[in-house]
Design a protein around this ligand. Structure first.
Ligand SMILES: *[C@@H]1O[C@H](CO)[C@@H](O)[C@H](O)[C@H]1NC(C)=O
Ligand SMILES: *[C@@H]1O[C@H](CO)[C@@H](O)[C@H](O)[C@H]1NC(C)=O
Ligand SMILES: *[C@@H]1O[C@H](CO)[C@@H](O)[C@H](O)[C@H]1NC(C)=O
Ligand SMILES: *[C@@H]1O[C@H](CO)[C@@H](O)[C@H](O)[C@H]1NC(C)=O
Ligand SMILES: *[C@@H]1O[C@H](CO)[C@@H](O)[C@H](O)[C@H]1NC(C)=O
Ligand SMILES: *[C@@H]1O[C@H](CO)[C@@H](O)[C@H](O)[C@H]1NC(C)=O
Ligand SMILES: *[C@@H]1O[C@H](CO)[C@@H](O)[C@H](O)[C@H]1NC(C)=O
Length: 559
């Protein structure tokens, strides 16, 4: 605001008395970028010496970097240059073989907008940007779900490692970074902070993230090997998913998001986040494809006449061959219908999408079907009005249902508890749920231990003479525990099994609501149900501690 373009970039050459945003070359593999408020020295891989208020906020920590599939693949910058400059900002580009990391530096902003443009990333997996910062300046972590000191390294060294990034304290409680997970699309701002400094990520646009509204990621943590305070930006995260590899088109853009520095004030970060959310998509960002957006609206009605109230709606891959959680090639939009089943998506990048909808509980708690409509075309500046869309529900007569259908373990014991390692160990080996008598909360959110979980229910004569279908919906599953499904204890003829499911890491990594959703249906032949009391048993054949099934809903219907 104060400086003209000429004045600002005069700093480029000399650098001695920087005024406004600048890029200064030290040698072929080291550059300093920043403005009058802050600067960072970016070497071949790492951004170190982050100066703000005359203090180095990286110190002995690793600093800033961009990486995929773990630390073996930290990107190497081959050059740095000014990509674009306007009277308001300088867009500096660090080039790697895989793509370009941009820092957009305004003269009066502590921090920078960042975005990454793909050139040649391999098919991935994990892709992220992050800061590893000085742990004395940044003792605390903050997400929209958790705000606490990061556990100090001194606690790790006196505890026993029991699994990946998880330690058991002498008192039996656990320390694990996975407790710092959150729902990525629910974040307003998150980061690490202390009494004098805060470093935050504010990602108002969420469309470049992989996954759906159930995508959770690790947000911040203490690095257990070094003690660094870590602030993650998991732009293509892989945690808690059965399959996460995607192909990325050239020129896919992640971001821009804002990396924001302040004095540690959460209310200031929250204010800044509100402003960023209002301003997204960013008008200052000069990129034609980024601004080519339209909207989509419609109204979902169930085939039985009910409005599809408060359903989850998702715009993703057209003609999908992946689950909504596993999608991550292009851009994704999430939302919820209103009480009337109406939905609208705004600021959707132009393209062809597949629209999906599923129950998020409430008035649709009995709905096990997923709605899919392909070939939803979004045109620039236009509204695609899809009108009334019919969503088919099962016409079959329900015999029982345990738990709401919402792809979440909510309602069951411990379902929705704060992230905590090993909660599933509190669920019993044997459990009996009696339809009509037991409460949903009598069923536990996860089954891991050896034993049998039984649902006892009454079938009438008509049901006993019909065939039926057992729907088993899992909110997540971690491999190692398997089960067979028995009718009336008949081990000679199981009606099905849950033995060969791909792993997600939800159950053993602190999740209590969801990992990756799975859906199974098992036929029960005519004449197998008794007229009177019956039981469906989930009999664990093989058990592995902290691994197993996270429940969503179990439904038996007469077919
Ligand atoms: C480039 O400068 C950085 C920062 O001063 C220094 O650490 C590095 O050794 C230098 N590299 C070369 C090749 O001179
Ligand atoms: C970076 O900031 C530090 C501390 O304010 C200052 O001493 C240094 O000159 C700055 N570097 C550049 C290149 O402006
Ligand atoms: C970056 O360069 C180092 C060698 O300096 C190498 O070990 C590493 O694999 C490179 N990273 C990538 C992503 O190629
Ligand atoms: C900070 O990191 C240092 C190592 O650089 C470590 O010794 C110290 O315990 C860490 N502090 C905390 C609070 O974890
Ligand atoms: C899945 O769909 C994508 C395009 O949407 C396509 O490129 C890919 O080949 C498909 N994969 C399979 C296994 O069909
Ligand atoms: C579960 O029930 C079986 C059969 O009644 C019994 O053998 C087993 O000890 C029980 N397990 C637990 C953990 O109570
Ligand atoms: C599980 O069921 C499948 C068929 O649905 C069957 O082929 C397989 O043998 C069963 N596995 C076990 C361990 O019972």
């Amino acid at each position: 605001m104060l400086l003209s373009a000429a004045g600002v970039f005069a700093a480029l050459a000399a650098g001695a008395h920087a005024k406004g945003p600048f890029l200064q070359k030290i040698n072929d593999t080291a550059h300093v970028i920043g403005n009058d408020l802050w600067n960072v020295t970016i070497g071949q891989q790492y951004g170190v010496k982050l100066f703000y208020k005359n203090q180095d906020l990286v110190g002995d920590a690793v600093g800033h970097y961009v990486s995929y599939n773990g630390a073996a693949s930290d990107l190497n910058w081959t050059s740095a240059s000014i990509h674009h400059q306007t009277k308001d900002y300088l867009d500096v580009k660090f080039t790697a073989n895989e793509g370009d990391m941009h820092w957009v530096i305004f003269d009066d902003l502590a921090g920078a907008y960042q975005y990454f443009v793909n050139q040649a990333l391999p098919d991935l997996g994990e892709f992220r940007t992050l800061w590893r910062l000085d742990n004395t300046s940044f003792p605390n972590g903050h997400t929209n779900l958790k705000d606490e000191p990061l556990p100090p390294l001194s606690e790790y060294v006196v505890s026993t490692k029991v699994q990946d990034e998880t330690w058991e304290r002498a008192d039996g409680s656990y320390i694990t970074k996975y407790d710092w997970t959150a729902w990525i699309r629910d974040q307003d701002y998150y980061g690490v902070y202390g009494d004098e400094f805060g470093s935050w990520y504010i990602n108002p646009g969420k469309d470049y993230y992989n996954g759906d509204q159930l995508k959770q990621e690790l947000m911040v943590h203490r690095e257990s090997a070094t003690g660094d305070a870590v602030q993650l930006n998991m732009i293509h995260g892989t945690h808690f998913m059965a399959s996460s590899t995607d192909v990325f088109p050239k020129e896919k853009i992640w971001g821009p998001w804002l990396w924001y520095l302040n004095d540690g004030s959460k209310s200031d970060a929250a204010n800044r986040a509100r402003k960023e959310f209002r301003n997204w998509p960013y008008k200052w960002f000069e990129n034609e494809e980024y601004h080519s957006r339209g909207s989509v609206s419609g109204r979902l009605v169930m085939s039985d006449g009910r409005p599809a109230a408060k359903a989850s709606v998702f715009l993703g891959d057209n003609h999908p061959n992946k689950t909504t959680l596993d999608m991550g090639t292009l851009y994704y939009y999430t939302g919820e219908t209103d009480d009337q089943g109406k939905f609208s998506f705004k600021d959707v990048r132009t393209g062809d999408y597949g629209l999906q909808a599923w129950s998020n509980g409430g008035k649709l708690a009995d709905v096990s079907t997923t709605f899919l409509r392909n070939d939803v075309t979004v045109k620039n500046g236009k509204q695609s009005q899809l009108g009334k869309l019919k969503w088919a529900v099962s016409p079959a007569k329900k015999i029982f249902q345990v738990g709401d259908f919402d792809r979440k373990a909510l309602g069951f014991k411990y379902g929705g508890a704060p992230y905590e390692h090993a909660l599933v160990a509190n669920c019993p080996g044997n459990l009996t749920y009696t339809v009509g008598k037991s409460k949903t909360s009598d069923w536990c959110f996860g089954q891991s231990a050896a034993g049998t979980w039984s649902i006892r229910f009454l079938a009438d004569q008509k049901a006993s003479r019909s065939s039926s279908v057992l729907t088993v919906s899992l909110a997540g599953y971690s491999e190692g525990t398997t089960s067979e499904i028995l009718l009336n204890g008949d081990q000679d003829a199981p009606i099905g099994n849950l033995t060969t499911l791909p792993n997600d890491q939800s159950v053993y990594r602190s999740m209590t609501v969801a990992g990756e959703w799975r859906f199974f249906q098992f036929d029960i032949p005519k004449g197998k149900l008794r007229n009177g009391w019956n039981s469906i048993d989930f009999h664990v054949l093989k058990s592995s501690a902290w691994h197993g099934f996270m429940w969503d809903s179990i439904i038996l219907e007469q077919s």
